[in-house]
Ligand binder design. Sequence first.
Ligand code: FSX
Length: 396
Amino acid sequence: MNSTAENLAVGEMLRRHGITRRGFIKFCTATASAMALPPWMGVAMAEQLHSAPRPCVIYLSFQECTGCLESFTRSFAPTIEQLIFNVISLDYDDTLMAAAGTQAEAAMAKAMKDNFGKYVLVIDGSIPTGAGGAYCAIGGRSAVDTLREAARGASAIICVGTCSAYGGIPFAHPNPTEAWPVSAIVGDRPIINVPGCPPVPEVITGTLLQFVSTGKVPDLDEQLRPKVFYGNTIHDRCYRRPFYDQGKFAKTFDDEGARNGWCLFELGCKGPTTYNACATVKWNGGTSFPIESGHGCIGCSEAGFWDKGSFYTPQSGAVWGRAGEASLKSVAEVGAGAMAVGAVLGVASAGLGRAWQRRSASSVQGDGGNGVGNSGGNSGGNSGSNSGSSNGDKGG
Ligand code: FSX
């Protein structure tokens, strides 16, 4: 990926690109501001990064649509170029790198060996385990084997997208490839989930930048999401919220209410139960977000969003809850044994409410299940518990 084999300190890379220390501090404070962090965090990030070698990042894509990487490349602050050329050493990404085939595989092996224990592993896509892992194989190796090997030397794993965080669309009923989230395969590394189908670009780059600049897993919620980006629902921060509070709802996409910008709740908006930064960070450099463009939130950053019924059915409708429960049951049938069922419950429960989720996690853990609540590991530094995920050791 990098044209130079030498891993220069970030400060030296910046100097070679004509960027002053002052300019870099400005960039970091602007990034911190985009991440809703206090300005001093930006200065701290700049100081920390300036003298350090660029951290190695290995980006692996498994069962996905490449929407997450497309989103990653559209980050405005920081841009992917700023990240790749100045801050991190992106040593493997099979979509972005020029190398292919054995050359690419050799680059990944070298990066893993030279940076063992220190590299950041970024994963997008779910991990199919059916048919011995044959549904997704790269370089003759299944995704599940590649993930397990790459995870061993990672300082942390950032799961970009709903697929790697919760299983996403491949995990949806009937889950023909027996797809799982990363947390179901890897149980002993710190995991940071950055869900969204795809996630907001600046949420991806912001999470990565925050981790490489501090070396610490950020403050996470119970589903391992950084609280700074996932601490509020879309509804909490939606500019249409005053209309909701006044009981003013658009009934169709072209009625007078819609033209007046009224609340889209009755048109199926899932903003009230969706935790994400779309309403604050927005998309395309802060231009807009789906609700601002007249369409309700589809809840793509929540577990099981694809199985919860129509995007156009109001959440108060009975179909929403029933569809979620029905798909839960059918997906559970795919799994084999108590451990697999525990993992399914752990992942899908996230969509049924946090309180319900905590109860579910503790009850499965009480049964000795290994799928929910991080009983099997993830002890390497996650500040949140892992109850939304499923850290067992399955697959393949
Ligand atoms: Fe999934 Fe991402 Fe949706 Fe697509 O890599 S979260 S299908 S936007 O591409 O994994």
